[in-house]
Design a protein around this ligand. Structure first.
Ligand SMILES: [Zn+2]
Length: 125
């Protein structure tokens, strides 16, 4: 399972996929909420890509994120999900928990670190 997943430098792969407009939107949303982790989904529609924000339901929202199953199912049933996104306040790398979640859901993950202003992605083939 582990070797199916690999970390890629964000700029190498998805700069072509996720356009600057979406990246700016995600960045601004993260910076506006820089005291906590925020999350959402990048979805593909007929007329392009969209970012859908979801509420972080985790009690410790500074350090963790939690999307409610209801929100997740609602988005999954109505959209083609390209990435699950969440922000970090001051850690540029995915946590062990993030990596576990990525493997469990088998979903491309996008991370933005507010402090270093860096995007990172983790993909599953
Ligand atoms: Zn994380």
């Amino acid at each position: 399972m582990a070797d199916l997943c690999h970390l890629e430098d964000f700029l190498l792969l998805s700069h072509m996929i996720i356009n600057d407009k979406i990246l700016d939107e995600i960045k601004n949303y993260s910076v506006a909420n820089c005291h906590k982790e925020v999350c959402g989904f990048v979805v593909l529609e007929k007329d392009g890509l969209f970012f859908i924000k979801t509420e972080n339901k985790h009690p410790d929202e500074r350090n963790f994120f939690l999307v409610s199953p209801k929100d997740y199912l609602n988005i999954k049933n109505n959209h083609k999900i390209l990435y699950f996104f969440h922000s970090h306040i001051d850690n540029a790398f995915f946590s062990e928990l993030d990596i576990l979640q990525q493997k469990y859901h088998n979903m491309n993950m996008l991370l933005y670190n507010v402090k270093s202003e860096e995007f990172k992605e983790m993909k599953c083939k």
